[in-house]
Design a protein around this ligand. Structure first.
Ligand SMILES: Nc1ncnc2c1ncn2[C@@H]1O[C@H](COP(=O)(O)OP(=O)(O)OP(=O)(O)O)[C@@H](O)[C@H]1O
Ligand SMILES: [Mg+2]
Length: 365
């Protein structure tokens, strides 16, 4: 039976000695999906890729390629190619020779090789550089050669391990857009490893957030940012404030948390129970500060705060406030145009802070 998924990991464990580099990970990657593995250094991203590529065997669990156990498919039939962070080009070969190398090893005919190498170099926008050597090219160009070398094999799945890690910020941004366009044009499944959350959010259809060998959450960028399923994901993706308290009420989709004698309401997170210790997670841009005179103090999630510091950063104003003994970051969008230096609150002033219940999330783990 043909599977709906390009790749599946089913309860995969990979141990190196006593270390579980990958610890009971399951995920399903769809055909033609741009799928990111995102997490801090050492969380097991590369190990997952190496098992998918067949360079490592899982200690337990199963990997399926189009529904077939990976072990049953000979390496040369796997149609999976990898692009590494270090481009690993052969320095003594020209660009064209580097790209042709894999095809020559497979015994592909000369004419076909010439045609496919030209196509691959067109695709990565390096047609005029076929006769250069790697050392005569910039980092970004070398990375494109590495991409061409993988794409020339017409893989169904391309594994990319921090392919943009060595590039400077501007080039990295350009390559992000190009890679995404290339993936859409070719209809290849991309599994893309990064520890850069912004890169994962801007490029991916779905993201798997990993930490210490665990796959914590798989979801679209929107799901991961707006509905993180645990404290780690909420903290790792973007910025957030955590207010510790106790769950005093659960009502439908919402939970009330008692934080320093205030009752704050947020969306009910996974596994939240009455009486549990919990955190109310609320992102800095999802709260509003208004003059106390204009606020309704009895409205939901509305409390008096003291302004601790104010930093004007152009697009918004970054404020630190004190709420019941907690410091909170609040980012207030600058949607007015004024030259009045006193247009905003100043340190030491009081203000009213509020946020809708949908803008906060109650998490217990
Ligand atoms: N061949 C190996 N032998 C022993 N331990 C290993 C081996 N490969 C990886 N590990 C360990 O497994 C864990 C996961 O490593 P992995 O390379 O998958 O992390 P990563 O998420 O890719 O990190 P990074 O972002 O730094 O590349 C680490 O603790 C690492 O030290
Ligand atoms: Mg790695």
């Amino acid at each position: 039976m043909k599977s709906d998924f390009a790749i599946e990991l089913v309860d995969v464990v990979k141990r190196f000695g006593t270390v579980a580099a990958v610890d009971h990970v399951s995920m399903q990657i769809r055909p033609r999906e741009f799928f990111a593995l995102l997490g801090p250094s050492g969380c097991g991203k590369t190990t997952c890729l190496r098992m998918i590529a067949g360079f490592e065997q899982p200690s337990s669990g199963q990997l399926l390629l189009q529904g077939k156990p990976l072990g049953d498919i000979p390496a040369f039939k796997r149609n999976v190619n990898t692009v590494f962070q270090s481009y690993a080009l052969f320095p003594h070969m020209t660009v064209a020779q580097n790209v042709a190398f894999g095809l020559e090893m497979k015994g592909v005919g000369r004419d076909e090789i010439r045609r496919r190498v030209a196509d691959a170099l067109d695709l990565v926008r390096l047609p005029q550089m076929a006769d250069r050597y790697p050392k005569q090219m910039s980092g970004g160009q070398q990375q494109r050669v590495a991409l061409a070398r993988a794409l020339v094999n017409k893989p169904e799945v391309l594994l990319l391990d921090e392919p943009l890690g060595a590039l400077d910020y501007k080039l990295r941004k350009e390559m992000q857009i190009e890679l995404k366009q290339m993936q859409q044009q070719l209809g290849i499944t991309f599994i893309f490893v990064t520890h850069d959350q912004e890169e994962a959010l801007t490029m991916s259809d779905r993201i798997c957030v990993m930490s210490t060998g665990h796959a914590l959450q798989v979801g679209t960028p929107l799901e991961i940012y707006e509905r993180p399923n645990c404290k780690f994901v909420a903290d790792f993706i973007g910025e957030t404030n955590f207010l510790p308290g106790v769950v005093t009420e659960i009502s439908g989709e919402y939970a009330t948390v008692n934080v320093a004698d205030m009752s704050l309401v947020g969306r009910l997170g996974e596994g939240v129970t009455l009486g549990a210790s919990a955190w109310l997670s609320v992102r800095p841009e999802k709260m509003q500060l208004v003059d106390e005179a204009r606020a309704n103090p009895s409205a939901l999630n509305t409390n008096s705060v003291t302004i601790d510091s104010v930093a004007y950063v152009g697009s918004d104003t970054r404020v630190v406030v004190h709420l019941g003994g907690q410091r909170l970051d609040v980012w207030d969008e600058n949607n007015i145009s004024t030259l009045d230096p006193n247009f905003y609150f100043r340190a030491g002033e009081r203000a009213s802070l509020s946020f809708p219940a949908d803008n906060a999330l109650v998490l217990v783990k």
